[in-house]
Design a protein around this ligand. Structure first.
Ligand SMILES: CC(C)(COP(=O)(O)OP(=O)(O)OC[C@H]1O[C@@H](n2cnc3c(N)ncnc32)[C@H](O)[C@@H]1OP(=O)(O)O)[C@@H](O)C(=O)NCCC(=O)NCCS
Length: 159
């Protein structure tokens, strides 16, 4: 898991480093993850900025999904959430919603003010998830010159 770092903010509150916050946020949802995946145990592994979650049930290890988070270069108030995905066989069970709660919780634990994500136009599942959780879209869409995908920028201010 690497070495965790923590530091105190001016207000005297302890704020975790982002990677530690990601693991802490997963741990806080362990019981819900076990319940949704009908597993005896869930494992989180951290590789650089990516958390992968695996469940053990019926003697098998099954990957549930992964997500990545990183501070926006040049702005300590914004964290970028990216590469979030639930494995196909675990979709539609509420795990994507739980992963989003985990990502937001990690961002709060690490002291960020805004969380940002890009979404490819037409990704109704992700858009539904973000809207339900109170994220806002910043128009207009832009077309990525490299991929030709139409991209929307979604943000949420973390209270
Ligand atoms: C987007 C994704 C993470 C959703 O995960 P999930 O576990 O299936 O989602 P949940 O079961 O938690 O659903 C939560 C909400 O998402 C929305 N949603 C999920 N699937 C949907 C679909 N197929 N169509 C429309 N809305 C959908 C709904 O608002 C749903 O809430 P509801 O059940 O109350 O209607 C998953 O589909 C995925 O991994 N997709 C591929 C990778 C990806 O697109 N990642 C986002 C990158 S920007």
């Amino acid at each position: 898991m690497g070495k965790y770092q923590s530091f105190a903010t001016r207000g005297g509150q302890i704020t975790l480093g982002l990677q530690a916050a990601m693991i802490a946020a997963v741990s806080a949802k362990e019981a819900e993850l076990r319940k949704l995946t009908e597993s005896n145990e869930v494992f989180a592994t951290l590789d650089k900025n990516q958390v992968s979650i695996t469940a053990r049930g019926l003697g098998e290890y099954r990957k549930i999904g992964h997500f990545s988070m990183e501070q926006l270069p040049g702005c300590c108030g914004i964290v970028v959430s990216y590469h979030s995905a639930i494995e196909t066989q675990f979709r539609g069970l509420g795990i994507g919603k739980l992963f989003l709660e985990i990502r937001e919780d990690a961002a709060r634990r690490a002291g960020y003010t805004v969380i940002l994500a890009t979404v490819v136009h037409g990704n109704e599942a992700e858009v539904g998830l973000l809207k339900q959780a109170g994220w806002s879209v910043s128009p207009p869409l832009f077309v990525n010159k490299r991929t030709k995908n139409a991209i929307a920028l979604y943000t949420k201010e973390l209270k």
